[in-house]
Write a protein that binds this ligand. Sequence first.
Ligand code: ASP
Length: 434
Amino acid sequence: MGLTTRILIAMLAGIVFGALLNFLNASQLLGSGATGAINSYLTGGLFDIVGRIFIASLKLMVVPLVLVSLVCGACALSEGSRIGPLAGKTVLLYLLTTAVAITLALCMALIIQPGVGVDVAPGGAFVPKESPPLSDVLVNIFPTNPVAAMAQGNMLQIIVFALLMGYAISRCGEPGERIAAFFNDLNEVVLRMVGVLMVFAPYGVFALLAKTFAELGMEFILDLGKYFLVVLATLLLHAFGVYSLLLKLLSGLSPIELFKKMRPAQVFAFSTASSAATIPVTLSTVEKRIGVDNKVAAFTVPLGATINMDGTAIMQGVATAFIAQMYGIEIGVMGYLTVILTATLASVGTAGVPGVGLIMLAMVLQQVGLPLEGIAIVMGVDRLLDMVRTAVNITGDSVVSAVVAKSEGALSEEIFYDRNYDSVANGGAVTASS
Ligand code: ASP
């Protein structure tokens, strides 16, 4: 059985098993002794440990992979002086897709009106963490110390440093060639490390999902059902509708093929709820299964995981309209335009880790004068939505990567339409899957 199939089976098994534990817990069928044992040894014990090790093993690869791969990419790019146009196109598309996502979310929320008539007592006051001012977000892109940037996993700073280094290598003549050869070899090794870890992925995915679903409070769905469904429907519409159109119109590639190839990466994003932790899988999938050349993917994927959060923007759009409707506050057309602008910027500043989208929602609400207590209300259903929106976030990164690569002549259609290999299992090696 190919690794992709095993990962998908693990995902389904994890969800079913977790939901079963949840049901047993809630219904008290097993008595308090057995329930307590399951909670402490299985959900809070084994699953917790395996899940945490799994996430750690993904995160472990992020910094080496992004650095090495982007140095190689920048080096190849600067030979053809393509860094500028590539960066311009990528950032523009990232911002554009996010603005479309939030507009779609607002339209859906204004038509369906999930907040009208909802009367939910807030679960408690929400004390927002200070969201960083936008000027800091800009200044912080430039590292003062590359080692500190790597130690903290600061993606944008690592990107700047790697671009500079790759550019310098390509301008150095013979010494540069030696270093470039070294980095290219290192890139192979790092990708292979990702491949080795991937073999254990089904266990990690199972443990994470079983734990999450075992602990998920299901009763919230009733109270916030409409909000939940509107966010979910918009996420799906954006992923399958907007991205398909974009891919087809701008590159002529088949969306169905891309979605099929992205499935394992989407499962990782779904189970970890972190675009940043999923970078190794997204990068290897985009390069080895979708056929985007390393020189494009090494730049677009880590950048996308850091600044492109369409799914997050969708949640923020629906949540803002929902909260306004629930409190009966009219924010008007100008208010909604402000929401589009702020949520687009907020998504740039949102880190690709679980739950941060909700913190950045505070910034959006503040801009249009809506009560922050609203966040405490939508928080109840956020975990599950976070998982789905993270999968959408990384799908957006891969679509933009494919579009940009196609326009730069850096996409292999042979790989894109080839169904005969399972790259994730082999650190990228092209082999026949079973
Ligand atoms: N979990 C999301 C991500 O990593 C960010 C968020 O919306 O909270 O992409």
